[in-house]
Design a binder for this molecule. Sequence first.
Ligand SMILES: C[S@@+](CC[C@H](N)C(=O)[O-])C[C@H]1O[C@@H](n2cnc3c(N)ncnc32)[C@H](O)[C@@H]1O
Length: 217
Amino acid sequence: MPAGPMDAADWDARYAAAELIWTAEPNRWVVEALAARPAGSALDLGAGEGRNALWLAARGWEVTAVDFSAEALRKGRALQAARAPLTLPRIAWVHDDVLAYVPAPSSFSAVVLAYLHLPDDARRTVVRRAAAALVPDGVLLVVGHDRTNPGEGVGGPSDPSVLFTADDVGADLAGLPGLEIRRAQRVRRPVDGHPRDALDALVEVVRTTEGNIGRLV
Ligand SMILES: C[S@@+](CC[C@H](N)C(=O)[O-])C[C@H]1O[C@@H](n2cnc3c(N)ncnc32)[C@H](O)[C@@H]1O
């Protein structure tokens, strides 16, 4: 694995190396945050092989799944065709860099950033655009390996420049009106076969007001 942030070619090489890098099951925090919500439109940024997008689509959501790794998207499409062909019309697989992809303001009822590890400036840009993309009552879920994970947890990147805490994400959102941070904490995630839990940074934000917050981003 490269020492710095991984680019699209690095990710393509990683996805090409094995059949499925991540599990086909959705992330537990995504399930916890969205299972009780009615289906709507969802944006999955850094969707990878699509485990979360597939889970949402199976529940009736219309999903836009963005990733800059063509290999990841190829595997996501294949997984969908094999396991859930009826959901094919419900996922738009978008090959793009999350920094180039600017979601339309006020257009998604859920936005998910799951284990998308970016340098601080890039994360701030993407998180603020993600918040601006929420419709009223929409939810933004940001989850990643916590900055303390390399020393105290298990798995994930060791490069501290791409790791974050829940407070970092809260600071990313500073000054944006009409948002309520419902949850911002470090959480433990048991990992099969490991004596230690992984430590994740988890932030759940709900847009509480009408109006366009996109102009501030
Ligand atoms: C650790 S994986 C997580 C995948 C998925 N969210 C999940 O939870 O299974 C991170 C993903 O982010 C993608 N990624 C990283 N930086 C990106 C960028 N700048 N633009 C688009 N995708 C990016 C990678 O290609 C990879 O698929």
